[in-house]
Design a protein around this ligand. Structure first.
Ligand SMILES: [Zn+2]
Length: 382
């Protein structure tokens, strides 16, 4: 079995190790070392990355007590290699993971809910709890979590004896009574966990609860801590800065300005729609009384406006009234008639004018790919 260096010291970035086994598994090279600081994918946390010699470590998994390092090139069995983990990636995860313990501990203590899911990926940290929480409750949790950071309390890990263990009250209780690794955030949380954590809570930096949503009868909470909270703040700050300049509004009230802008935009949209519909009615009045079919082209009309024209003017045309919008190659049409049953002929019309469409109540809507002259000539002869 591989010696797990990350159990004794979460800060080991470089180490020497000997290759015990090297195999090809699922088209990838899998390496087993005598000792490793690479933490495998476990409990929702993605694996460490880095190098073994010049071989790049792409993924790390635990299988039957062995830690399998999946690498991109060949390594020699029996040889020793200098190994290096990507510690900036690892340290971000240690910050987020320790933050998760503090948050879960606070939620458990305040609201009696348990953590039932955790995901710590490259960009996102989510945790699931088995009950509903409000923003106010999460604000309270967030404040406690940051107080734990400012208190800079130690984070201790230990393997208690089974007697000691049975006397302890801790989160993530398993059926195991031996080799249970406890992580204690002094004064804040006690939980069974095998991942690497920071040594003092002050190393976590800011803990921010971002959004949350209902998820499978409970709450999924999205958090950011440490460097990731900084990156998140940077991104959001630059967005608020931009929005503040666009709306000429101070940053703290930029959402109020956006709301008021949106309200006036919706108002203008409604007024424009009414004015355009009125214009369509005027166009309908201008349509002359016609013997036979009539094709009218309005390049910029919406379907609602075309329907208005068709309804108002159909009685002026003894044959078929065709309202077109768009341009050559892509006309949208509405056809209507008081005398001709369009349901019997629209398929033939579509076929002749490279069109498609359908409808009911003797109003057919669709599109023609034919050009304007062909459409006009076709209806002149129909
Ligand atoms: Zn943990």
């Amino acid at each position: 079995m591989t010696e797990k260096l990350y159990y004794t010291d979460a800060y080991i970035k470089e180490f020497e190790a000997t290759v015990l086994n090297f195999t090809e598994l699922d088209g990838k090279y899998a390496v087993i070392l005598d000792r490793t600081a690479f933490f495998p994918e476990e409990g929702g946390q993605s694996a460490d990355i880095g190098f073994i010699g010049i071989a790049k470590v792409l993924d790390v998994r635990e299988k039957d007590g062995n830690i399998l390092h999946f690498v991109d090139s060949l390594l020699e069995i029996g040889a020793s290699y200098y190994c290096k983990i990507d510690f900036s990636d690892r340290f971000e995860k240690m910050q987020c993971h320790t933050a998760e313990h503090i948050i879960s501990g606070a939620i458990n203590r305040l609201f009696g809910l348990d953590n039932v899911g955790f995901h710590l990926g490259k960009y996102e940290v989510t945790m699931d709890v088995n009950g509903y929480l409000t923003r106010e409750q999460l604000d309270e949790v967030e404040l406690i979590a940051n107080r734990a950071v400012f208190d800079n309390v130690p984070v201790k890990t230990y393997f208690p004896s089974s007697d000691e263990l049975s006397a302890l009250n801790y989160r993530s209780k398993l059926d195991l009574t031996e080799n249970v690794r406890l992580v204690e955030i002094v004064g804040y949380d006690l939980c069974a966990c095998c991942a690497p954590h920071v040594s003092y809570t002050g190393e976590i930096g800011l803990i921010k609860i971002l959004d949350f949503e209902k998820h499978r009868g409970g709450t999924r909470i999205n958090i950011a801590a440490g460097y990731r909270a900084l990156y998140d703040y940077r991104e959001k700050y630059s967005n608020v800065l931009k929005a503040s300049a666009l709306f000429s509004e101070p940053q703290p009230t930029v959402a109020v300005a956006a709301e008021s802008f949106l309200r006036s935009y919706e108002e203008l949209k409604a007024r424009l729609k009414a004015a355009r519909l009125n214009n369509a009615r005027l166009e309908a009045e201008l349509i002359p009384c016609t013997e036979g079919n009539l094709v009218c082209h309005y390049p910029e009309m919406t379907p609602d406006e075309m329907r208005e024209v068709a309804n108002l003017a159909k009685s002026k045309v003894t044959g078929v009234l065709v309202i077109l919008t768009g341009g050559d190659g892509d006309y949208k049409y509405i056809m209507t008639s008081e005398s001709v049953d369009l349901s019997k002929i629209y398929k033939q019309i579509n076929a002749s004018l490279l069109g498609r469409g359908g409808g009911r109540d003797n109003m057919i809507q669709g599109s023609f790919s034919a050009d304007f002259n062909s459409i006009k000539e076709y209806f002149a002869k129909l």
